[in-house]
Design a protein around this ligand. Structure first.
Ligand code: CO
Length: 465
């Protein structure tokens, strides 16, 4: 019997995509042991935006959460999403932060690190892979899927081979925007499976309404694992529903390893949480619709909703259509980066500036300048001399991996936050999110010792992946 494995995303990507990562761990704990018995290949429970969100919005310590997951998930592998040199933040961190983070991640219970770089710059994930190997973790390396003249099947297959070359234990086609069509998935999976012998995972989002069909064709072409979420936190901008894919594939003769009775218990647990989120407005019915604009503009759903709120703040919502049209132009100017954190925010904001200021690149964000300077890594296509001159003048972009220019951060970080440190992991939280972590530590301190401090959230805004 043919086998297909499932990774469950309900408590990470599912809730991140539908309710902006606002599910407290207390809502998850009662169902974790049941989830452990469903027969999932792995459960994605950590990383992505959950780390930041735990401290910023939920007053939770992400490391304590990870240990809680590990305690309850006794047999299922635990998986996380890791942004390579960006760790779980929005910029490039030095190697000591990457290594320290990977070490603690594995020590606290993660088995599989799904590692990606927003630009598919392999140099930006090498340190993470090295650290994962050193501490005994599984490196699942990503191909960030996107559409552009340079992102051909040959490009992606060559990328998969390079990922294998730097030590991938498995490969994931990460379609963060739901752009992967059933036909493209069939071809891409077929070619990658021909080229390399590693386990292949397909990760997609339902926003454009194609992901379930895409998975079916990907499975037919030989992919080994698909990512799905429990029905109440599936579809819309989340993943296809586990129950639907499991039934469909079972009928086609696949052994899914899943226990349908257990899946129903899981769905019954999450349904009231979905209803509560709809009632409170946290789950906006808009994210549940098939997003036809996505098919046209090829931008992730989360990026559009982010942009709407940005334009509202600037009192420029009437410019929405124009900004949508500007996004692909900015993306082309910047060498066709895949639109995923952090490049999606950077391109979206620059496109908005170009429209609102009335002149392209009259106002240039610091992020766009750093991007053109090469501070995020190598772009898929080169940026033209003309655009470079327009954005950074006579400056020469760097050609080395950006992290090689950074000095170690942890020794200073440890000193700066010594007053509040209760565990070694706190230094890493602080190194990634100085303001958010400090505010959380103050809150934690207040809870323990009753000293009144005001919690204010700073640092970069939270973005969906
Ligand atoms: Co995703």
């Amino acid at each position: 019997m043919k086998k297909i494995k499932f990774m469950d995303t309900t408590i990470r990507d599912g809730q991140q995509s539908l309710i902006a990562t606002r599910m407290p761990i207390s809502d998850m704990i009662p169902i974790l042991e049941t989830m452990d018995n469903a027969g999932f290949h792995s459960i994605e429970c950590w990383g992505g935006a959950t780390f930041d969100s735990a401290m910023r919005f939920l007053n939770e310590d992400p490391w304590t959460n990870l240990r809680t997951f590990r305690k309850h998930f006794k047999k299922t592998k635990l998986q996380m999403l890791f942004r390579g040199q960006n760790v779980l933040g929005y910029k490039c961190y030095p190697d000591d932060v990457v290594e320290g983070f990977v070490a603690k991640t594995i020590e606290n219970g993660i088995d599989i690190l799904r590692i990606f770089d927003a630009l598919n710059d392999v140099r930006n994930i090498e340190s993470s892979v090295k650290a994962a190997k050193k501490y005994g973790g599984h490196s699942q390396l990503c191909i960030c899927y996107t559409l552009s003249p340079v992102h051909t099947i040959e490009y992606f297959v060559a990328l998969a081979k390079r990922l294998e070359g730097i030590g991938a234990d498995s490969i994931c086609i990460k379609d963060m925007a739901g752009l992967l069509t059933p036909a493209a998935a069939f071809e891409l999976v077929t070619e990658i499976k021909k080229a390399i012998p590693l386990e292949l995972v397909v990760h997609s989002h339902y926003g454009s309404g194609m992901a379930a069909m895409t998975y079916l064709k990907a499975v037919e072409a030989g992919c080994d694992v698909i990512d799905t979420a429990a029905a109440p936190f599936s579809q819309g901008t989340s993943q296809p529903a586990t129950e639907v894919m499991a039934e469909t594939l079972r009928e086609f003769g696949y052994d899914t390893g899943l226990d349908m009775d257990v899946l129903i218990k899981i769905a019954n647990h999450f349904r009231p949480l979905r209803e509560k989120a709809i009632a409170s407005g946290l789950l906006n019915p808009k994210v549940l619709e098939v997003d036809v604009e996505m098919l046209r503009y090829q931008v992730p759903g989360g990026m559009l909703s982010n942009m709407v709120s940005q334009l509202k703040q600037l009192n420029a919502l009437d410019k929405y259509e124009q900004v949508l049209e500007e996004i692909p132009l900015v993306r082309a100017d910047l060498g066709f980066p895949p639109l995923v954190t952090p490049s999606s925010q950077l391109v979206g904001t620059q496109a908005a500036m170009n429209v609102i200021s009335g002149e392209r690149y009259k106002v240039v964000t610091k992020e766009t300048k750093d991007f053109v300077r090469g501070m995020y890594g190598q772009t898929p296509a080169p940026i033209s001399e003309e655009i470079i001159a327009k954005i950074i003048g006579d400056e020469k972009p760097i050609t080395v991996p950006p992290a090689t220019l950074l000095s170690p951060r942890l020794p200073d970080a440890a000193k700066e936050i010594a007053e509040f440190t209760e565990q070694d992991e706190d230094v890493l939280s602080y190194a990634l999110f100085p303001q958010v972590a400090t505010d959380y530590f103050k809150y934690r301190h207040t809870q323990k010792y009753g000293i009144d401090t005001t919690v204010q959230n700073g640092d970069d805004p939270v973005y969906p992946v």
